[in-house]
Design a protein around this ligand. Structure first.
Ligand code: HEC
Length: 185
């Protein structure tokens, strides 16, 4: 552990850790505000049926574009992922998400952030997780199932027959933006 600490600080000067965390936070800001604008626009144009495509298609393609632009792996994860193919958290993400959820239960308000250098089988990574709070806008598709119009429920069920991502309330932890970048050895 000590050796690792020494190596890690040799690779990354003390203030670089702060810069790296800021860089990750700025990428999340770009992703979050882009998504928010797309979602609002689609909801206004065609309601939730049209907006499904924002969370389903536009979010992953924005994440992929940001990954290409910045060299960070960018994704969204959740302890209750609607799409298990891309939204399931790995062990580190699960542990941090659980910490966010516990902190929130104990009165901390979202968004919570966590930045850490993590030793993984494939190498050393810097990782950043930022909580995504549920907003009013999200409830159409992530709120109470009973309040969803039948056409919307049918559309969601067609794609996600085992959908755990409903029943959220405003302010609750919906998931997190997760960023990872490998350090050069
Ligand atoms: C119009 C419906 C709709 C609205 C509104 C909506 N979402 Fe989603 N959301 C979805 C769908 C569909 C998926 C699954 C995407 C996929 O297939 O990858 C999803 C997935 C997600 C995921 C990825 C993890 C998972 O569960 O698969 C997060 C995080 C998320 N939504 C957050 C939000 C937030 C925060 C809001 C409000 C700002 C919001 N969503 C609004 C439909 C919606």
């Amino acid at each position: 552990m000590l050796l690792l600490g020494a190596m890690a600080s040799a690779w990354l000067p003390a203030n670089a850790a702060g810069d790296t965390a800021e860089e990750a936070a700025a990428i999340v800001e770009r992703f979050a505000s882009g998504l928010q604008a797309e979602l609002k626009g689609a909801m206004q144009r065609g309601g939730p049926l049209e907006a499904i495509t924002v969370c389903r298609d536009i979010a992953p393609s924005m994440a992929a574009q940001l990954s290409r632009d910045t060299g960070w792996q960018v994704r969204r994860v959740s302890l209750r992922a609607r799409n298990p193919a891309i939204g399931l958290p790995d062990a580190w993400e699960q542990a941090q998400l659980q910490r966010f959820a516990d902190a929130q239960e104990n009165g901390a308000s979202l968004p919570l952030r966590h930045f850490e250098r993590v030793v993984e089988p494939a190498g050393v990574a810097v990782r950043y997780l930022q909580a995504i709070p549920t907003q009013g806008l999200c409830l159409a598709c992530h709120g109470a199932v009973e309040e969803q119009p039948p056409a919307l429920r049918a559309a969601l069920e067609a794609h996600y027959p085992h959908d755990p991502a409903t029943g959220y309330r405003v302010g609750e932890l919906r998931g997190a933006f997760s960023l990872r970048r490998w350090e050069q050895p």
